[in-house]
Design a protein around this ligand. Structure first.
Ligand SMILES: [Zn+2]
Length: 116
């Protein structure tokens, strides 16, 4: 992968990271709001609990992606980025542009998904 390509991917990752942090922040505020509503007497508790659960699940998902992105940034820094962790072949640039936090090439990804 060329130096420019690395810079481009890094940019995508940092941008995504910023977006996720904002999403988590927004979600957390939403959850707080729901919890305040839940504490009031005339609230529809069942609906609010369901909404809170959805927002919390969303946050868990975002945090997982955030970790993947931070891991990818770490790999860029130590020079192991863009190499499949399973077969150690380079992951295609087209794939990395779509999913910059990818750890496996397309072939290995399928194997991992089938195993899961
Ligand atoms: Zn592979």
């Amino acid at each position: 992968m060329s130096e420019n390509e690395f810079e481009k991917i890094k940019e995508i990752l940092l941008e995504r990271k910023k977006q996720i942090l904002k999403n988590i922040d927004d979600n957390s505020k939403e959850i707080d709001g729901l919890k305040v509503a839940e504490a009031s007497d005339d609230a529809d508790h069942a609906t609010i609990s369901a909404d809170t659960a959805i927002e919390e699940a969303l946050n868990v998902k975002q945090q997982k992606e955030l970790k993947e992105i931070e891991y990818a940034l770490f790999k860029i820094a130590n020079g192991s980025y863009g190499i499949c962790e399973m077969c150690e072949e380079p992951i295609g640039e087209a794939r990395l542009e779509v999913k910059p936090q990818a750890k496996y090439c397309i072939v290995c990804r399928e194997i991992v998904e089938k195993r899961a």
